[in-house]
Write a protein that binds this ligand. Structure first.
Ligand code: NAP
Length: 259
């Protein structure tokens, strides 16, 4: 059986991506910090699909965690798919936001993702094949006043993914960047965004399942970038047409508080 290592699999988009992998017959290695939630996801998916699901706890804000996680995940096993999904952010003016949370954002969204991706590519090249799905965001396409570090981190993920995908062109190891727009998950609680305009856009908010399915499909098709949803595709395209100052000013409005 092929094996998929999925970070941030305890809830939201990561949990939905784990379901896509299980449905396709992948044995699972699920990782995050929340043991109970991970065990519940593992029990559910291994019962519903004929796969094994192992749980490895890791706090990816710790700069040493990715190496330890990778060693545990590959202990006697081949990894066929790496899903770099774990991520977080924080809303607020840069000068006022909590540095500990922002440092964790950089460590999880950038450092751990890059570390796991490098280890996975070397491992997959040795095995002759593999797929990596990096979860970026539509935030990757534009600067984000009041969410500056998060947008910058996702711009990094998109840039890294595209560049390495070009390096790997023609090989049997492929990289895909998934760039979701607003998705109904717990992300906004943690990021202190519940009362912003962005998270109160009703019908524009996607389900984690639809986002995960689009990303999983794109990864299987070795597509470089997937932006799920027509409006999100438009948001991703607009920065190419409009002056950067206009785009940056408009983004700030989305992060304004509604009340
Ligand atoms: N929701 C959106 O609108 C949206 C839009 C675009 C992109 N995204 C991206 O999609 C990805 C998944 O987000 P989501 O919306 O599904 O959010 P979520 O429901 O909050 O899930 C985040 C996942 O990341 C894990 N995580 C957070 N901090 C971690 C840490 N220090 N170490 C290890 N794991 C950690 C969480 O698990 P534990 O708490 O158990 O550790 C959880 O499984 C993120 O990369 C996010 O940036 C989300």
């Amino acid at each position: 059986m092929p094996t998929a290592l999925i970070t941030g699999a305890s809830e939201g988009i990561g949990k939905a991506l784990a379901a896509c992998a299980a449905k396709d017959g992948y044995d699972l290695i699920l990782t995050a910090r929340s043991e109970d939630k991970l065990k519940a996801v593992a029990a559910d998916l291994s019962a519903r699909f004929d796969v094994t699901a192992d749980v490895v706890l890791a706090d990816l804000a710790d700069p040493t965690a990715a190496a330890i996680l990778w060693a545990k995940a590959t202990d006697g096993r081949q990894i066929d798919v790496l899903v770099n999904n774990a991520g977080l952010g924080i809303n607020g003016p840069f000068a006022e936001t909590d540095w500990t949370r922002e440092q964790a954002t950089i460590n999880v969204n950038i450092l751990a993702l890059t570390d796991l991706m490098k280890r996975a590519i070397i491992h997959m090249q040795e095995n002759g094949r593999g797929r990596i799905l990096n979860v970026a965001s539509t935030a990757a396409f534009l600067p984000g006043p009041k969410m500056a570090v998060y947008h910058a981190s996702k711009a990094y993920v998109l840039s890294l993914s595209e560049a390495v995908a070009e390096e790997l062109k023609g090989s049997r190891v492929q990289v895909t960047a998934l760039c979701p727009g607003v998705t109904a998950t717990e992300f906004f609680d943690g990021a202190d965004m519940k009362s912003t305009r962005l998270t109160n856009m009703g019908a524009m908010i996607a389900t984690p399942e639809s986002v995960a399915q689009a990303g999983w499909r794109a990864m299987k098709a070795a597509q470089r970038i997937e932006v799920p949803g027509a409006l999100n595709k438009l948001f991703a395209f607009l920065p190419r047409l409009l002056p950067r100052s206009v785009i940056t000013m408009t983004t700030k409005q989305f992060y304004a508080r509604k009340h």
